[in-house]
Design a protein around this ligand. Structure first.
Ligand SMILES: *Cc1c(COP(=O)(O)O)cnc(C)c1O
Length: 393
């Protein structure tokens, strides 16, 4: 057995973190009221805008919390009670947003697709024409590995004058996002996924004037102190101007790491970064198919950040995960109700490279064999290697 540090996390967050990024958290004194911190925080929000293709200087919020908090904050602040919200759900997280919307007093409706598929655009359009205040979509549905067509959905949202909210927790900084060009009003994400920073920051971006006005006009309906974005806005704005303001303590050391990670992400460039993830995702899909397993997501809609895989009959996901983990690779359990007990998920977001993919597939082959599945050693690796070689890797 290798020591823990050599364990490869192929999970949809937390991901394997880069030492260069983590080193920037090693500060014994970095208070949230120092000019240094204000400057770094301001840099982080400016860099984040570039990662999601956000023009202008509308607010980006770095909230101490997780992705779920960022989503809930968007719902509470931009839409008043009773608002009609259409959730286009491809699985577990889509369904979660219906629950959140309901709990905060909206009137949500859901359009769902079977696991591995999208809801057809014409169905979305038909539903939108009934009149909605907002449409919510999960960019990459982490439970099935399906990626939404955000650009096309954005056109529909514009046409029907609907606030368009995108859950980009599993996509931002790996999949392409051009929120200003694609008609996206709100993007939310979290630090621990493709942004490659430990858990603890929920990120929320108001990409349009429409979203910004919604926040201001809805202020009196917001019945939360912590999540009050009009207050957080003063803090975010102050930091961008190198000044200090306070609403609640920011996740100081995570912000230091986030700023460094964003620098690294922009240095790689979003086009290159997306291409890398797309190639590795294809190697994973071809690899598992080479072993005789089926991918949950239809090929045309498969995401670059996560792959859900059906297991052979009789192979228990929990036992398989344990057997793979004993070989120092960590996969994720299924969370979609229809996929539980018969599938496993391979995460490949963030700092993954071709060696991680090869090692993960090799561990999976051996673990499946140990559990008695009929898998020829090397069958998955051969298919994945062909993809990597074809891409010059
Ligand atoms: C992980 C995830 C979330 C939840 O984020 P938390 O940081 O765990 O709150 C939401 N949506 C998607 C698509 C995710 O993958």
């Amino acid at each position: 057995m290798y020591p823990d540090e050599r364990r490869i996390l192929m999970t949809p967050g937390p991901v394997v973190f880069n030492m260069e990024t983590l080193k920037h958290m090693l500060s014994t004194a970095h208070e949230h009221t120092s000019p240094d911190f204000a400057q770094i925080h301001g840099e982080a929000t400016r860099k984040f805008r570039r990662v999601i293709g956000m023009r202008g200087d509308l607010p980006v919020f770095l909230l101490p919390g997780s992705g779920t908090l960022a989503f809930e904050a968007a719902m509470v602040n931009l839409l008043k009670p009773g608002s009609r919200v259409l959730v286009v759900s491809y699985g577990f997280f889509g369904d979660r947003w219906v629950t959140v919307s309901e709990l905060v007093g909206h009137s949500p409706a859901r359009l769902s697709s079977p696991p591995g598929e999208r809801v057809p655009l014409h169905e979305v359009e038909e539903e939108l024409s009934k009149g909605y205040d907002a449409m919510v979509i999960t960019h990459v549905e982490t439970s099935t590995g399906v990626r939404a067509n955000v650009e096309e959905l954005g056109k529909l949202a514009r046409k029907h004058d609907t606030l368009f909210v995108v859950d980009g927790v599993s996509s931002i900084a790996a999949e392409l996002m051009n929120c200003s060009d694609w008609g996206v009003d709100v993007v939310i994400t979290a630090s621990q996924k493709a942004l490659e920073v430990p858990p603890g920051i929920g990120v929320l971006a108001l990409c349009s004037e429409k979203a910004f006005s919604a926040m201001q006009e809805n202020e009196r309906h917001v019945r939360s102190f912590y999540m009050r974005l009009t207050e957080w806005f003063k803090v975010m704005k102050a930091y961008e101007e190198g000044r200090i303001a306070y609403h609640a303590t920011p996740a100081t050391h995570l912000v230091l790491a986030l700023e460094r990670s964003l620098e690294k992400i922009l240095r790689e460039g979003m086009e290159n970064r997306h291409r890398r993830h797309a190639v590795l995702a294809r190697a994973v899909r071809e690899g598992v198919r080479g072993m005789g397993l089926a991918v949950v997501a239809h090929e045309e809609v498969a995401a670059s950040t996560i792959t859900a895989v059906y297991l052979p009959a009789g192979i228990d996901p929990g036992e398989l995960r344990g057997a793979v983990r004993a070989r120092n690779v960590v996969l994720a359990m299924p969370i979609h109700p229809a996929l539980r007990g018969r599938s496993i998920r391979i995460g490949h977001m963030g700092a993954v490279n071709q060696n991680d993919v090869v090692a993960a597939l090799a561990a999976l082959e051996r673990a499946l064999r140990v559990m008695g599945a009929k898998v020829e050693l090397g069958s998955g690796l051969r298919a994945a290697q062909e993809v990597l070689l074809g891409e010059g890797l």
